[in-house]
Design a protein around this ligand. Structure first.
Ligand SMILES: *Cc1c(COP(=O)(O)O)cnc(C)c1O
Length: 370
């Protein structure tokens, strides 16, 4: 007989789709053929079936209570990934106005969002970190936002560069702040009341591919024009409880289980943040303690708690690092081609032991090859 699947699992540092909690995968396996009490699989069930509608509401309520989201905000489950939000945001909030939208460009995903926004209206890139190959985020004195801007958009964690905002960027009170939190959603508590909108595709830190969570202040729902394609109108999704059309039922089911795991097993977002900080310090300590063998990409005060990016002295060492790591059960560590080197994604579901195993491997690899 082959080994049980859980014994065959490596520590998976993929940037996304990415690691999920084993207990969630086990639950999904156990309930796959027949959802408890429902007599069919969730995959075979109408999205209007009460059993699924309850699952959708439970997922929403778990997210609301983890992030303490008030009734001033709608929570929607959409498709089209984060990429569709790059277009939906300016289509609703910028198109047809004489305003301009402010963007902070601190990495690849922000840059893509800017490209899509330019198709919809006036865009003002108020800060651009591209000349330093996106290794930092701005401080409050580095940029200005006009008080009549349509919104200020930023990406809280640039997944490819491993650069993260550790606080909200400065934003005039009159301007809605919009955040792409795809790769650090629910990694720590967040004060949603500071935002006009926060969104995240699930497949990095919150669930499987297929669903994007959109948290939007209700007054902003009214701005989008009714001449937009129906799917592009936030208002329709909000009014119809994310069932304007068939939502991604499987992805919402798993997302809801991950949210329940965060509250019941981890103990909420304060506890999650503590673990995430511990995991990240293990890796950054291994970089900083390597006498220059590893070089981090991000400036130390902008280092991501979710994606640690670093390079080795040369390509040969990098290749042997990746193959030896895989031999030690540490996989999916190859960095994105635009940064090169290694990227270790240590999302919520990566256990502390996984980060510890990688840090130990890094230290011994540097000692052997340095
Ligand atoms: C992965 C990612 C995206 C793109 O997500 P899709 O669902 O593939 O469109 C956007 N923003 C960030 C921060 C990401 O990590």
């Amino acid at each position: 007989m082959s080994a049980p699947a859980t014994d065959q699992r490596a520590y998976n540092f993929s940037a996304g789709p990415a690691v999920l909690p084993v207990s969630v995968l086990e639950e999904v396996r156990d309930e796959m053929l027949c959802l408890p009490g429902a007599r069919t699989s969730l995959l075979e069930m109408s999205h209007r079936d009460k059993a699924f509608v309850d699952i959708l509401h439970d997922a929403e309520n778990s997210i609301r209570s983890l992030l303490k989201i008030s009734d001033d905000y709608s929570v929607m489950f959409l498709q089209g990934g984060a990429a569709l939000q790059f277009s939906m945001i300016p289509a609703n909030l910028l198109r047809g106005t004489d305003k301009s939208a402010a963007y902070l460009q601190t990495g690849t995903w922000g840059k893509k969002a800017i490209g899509e926004a330019k198709k919809e209206g006036k865009v003002n890139v108020v800060y651009d970190a591209s000349s330093s190959n996106f290794n930092h985020v701005p401080t409050a004195s580095d940029y200005e936002v006009a008080s009549d801007a349509a919104y200020l958009y930023y990406c809280s964690n640039e997944t490819i560069q491993g650069v993260q905002f550790h606080d909200e960027p400065k934003c005039p009170e009159s301007v809605p702040l919009i955040c792409d939190a795809s790769s650090d959603f629910m990694h720590r508590p967040l004060d949603i009341s500071k935002y006009g909108m926060v969104y995240a595709c699930a497949q990095k830190n919150a669930g499987p591919a297929g669903v994007t969570v959109v948290i939007m202040r209700k007054d902003l729902l009214e701005i989008g024009s009714e001449s937009l394609p129906g799917y592009m109108q936030y208002k329709l999704h909000a009014e119809n409880d994310s069932e304007w059309n068939t939502p991604p039922t499987f992805a919402i089911w798993v997302l809801g289980k991950v949210a329940r795991w965060l509250s019941d097993d981890i103990g909420g977002l304060d506890a999650m943040e503590k673990i995430n900080r511990e995991k990240a310090s293990l890796l950054y300590d291994a970089i900083d303690g390597s006498n220059g063998f590893y070089t981090g990409h991000a400036k130390p005060d902008c280092r991501s708690l979710m994606n640690a990016t670093f390079v080795l002295p040369n390509d040969e060492l990098q290749a042997s690092f990746l193959s030896e790591a895989a031999g030690n059960g540490l996989v999916a560590l190859k960095g994105h081609r635009s940064v090169g080197g290694i990227r270790a994604s240590i999302y919520n579901a990566m256990p502390l032991e996984g980060a510890k195993a990688l840090a130990d491997f890094m230290t011994s690899f540097a000692a052997k090859n340095g």
